[in-house]
Design a protein. Sequence first.
Length: 490
Amino acid sequence: MKKEALLTEEKTLDPQDWSTLNELGHRMLDDLFYYLETTRQRPVYTKPPANVLASMNQPLPETPEGTTAVYEDFFANVLPYNINNIHPRFWAWVQGGGSPFGMLADMLASGMNANVSLGDSMPMYVEKQVLNWSKEMMGFPSTASGLLLSGASLANITALIVARHHANHEIKTKGLQAVQGPLTIYGSSETHNCVVKGVEVIGIGSDNFRKVPVDADYRIDVEALRRMIVEDRAAGCQPFCIVGNAGTVNTGAIDPLDELAALAKEFNLWLHVDGAFGAIPKLLPEFAGALNGLELADSLSFDFHKWMYVNYEAACVLIRDPQLHREAFTSAVNYLTLHERGLSAGPEAFNNLGMELSRGFKALKIWMLLKQNGLETYRTLIRQNLQQAQYLAELIQQHPELELLAPVPLNIVCFRYNAGNCSAEKLNKGNKELLMRLHEQGIAAPSYTVLNDKYAIRAAITNHRSKFSDFELLVNEVIRIGKEVFNSKF
Ligand SMILES: *Cc1c(COP(=O)(O)O)cnc(C)c1O
């Protein structure tokens, strides 16, 4: 075939007409800015209607639909039915709200389409810069290692794999058969379920995750932990790791991390701290006491997408011993070794520090947002959320129909409607009904947990858009709906 003939048939995914896409792109930007600017005016929750759900039962596209049509489909059927963690009254689970500048940063990263794994390119150095800043934020030594990951779940499992390697270097090649007696790991009964999942996935087995009891403030009982380690050792088990919580998911409890660090040192165990959101107040001098010892951990996980308000997804793991970190994940293969010069040169490959080979450019949005806002802005916003949690707790205590169900050491508030003379079972059922109506009416979106068999409405405040008045509204509406619910059959 002649070269000219071949050329006319060549296809690409780039537009034939850049100006049309350019115009659509600007419309998208306008739409999204408007969407973010007006989020407060919309309900926090809108149930996707049947016709919208049906729009996700389309046949696999065989022929092109055209960019504008695709965008219209998104605009009509996806955008309006967001999980809506961008709303000022979203306090469900623990979710951050992102920001408009973060959205733009994601666009830049996606445009570059950078694969941040290895090679001599600036995205590698941007991630290294973010990791160095992370160490500084958390009081880790500059020699520590680290990696950005999709979330604290993956950050936790990455740390556990290094902890397992620390326990016994032979596990990497021989598997857990290399260990005499089961490896055991310790964390409070309030430890996040993703840690237990990780323990299952890396072959330790959740039966070997020892759930240590907590005190009235939901903090780990260090003496009980010590007894459990001693007993397990005597029984032929191999204790290898303690998991400390900097901010439990249920109530925001912070374990006595300095005591855990001392205990880990005494028994030569790895100390991992899950600080998904609760490590972030390490930035505040007033938390130096409560978070004392965080900087002594062998590894630490925290999310940027929760209490640093970075757009999803973005989390970080820090590992004190860079050599162990590298050893746990490196396997030399011919097609990935670094060269002295050219594109294949560059800094240490990130794929040697975790499970992922291909990795997106999460670092860019973190880098841009930290620079845009500076730590002083984050300190203000984190303090604002902490004050809002205290304010909400006060409002709850001022209203006799409401009951605060746990202390509020951080940014999580657990409470329920309880006007008295109701059975425990009815209270649980009624508060669940109350929460569902609160969502359905689009008013506010706290979520729930169960504390000492009590169903709790739970507000986790990692929201930079919330105002103090939003919590007044929450309390008033919970009382209104609570009356409605408990005065009716439900
Ligand atoms: C959210 C959370 C996790 C999991 O983090 P993801 O970013 O959702 O993967 C782990 N631990 C705690 C305490 C959390 O709050």
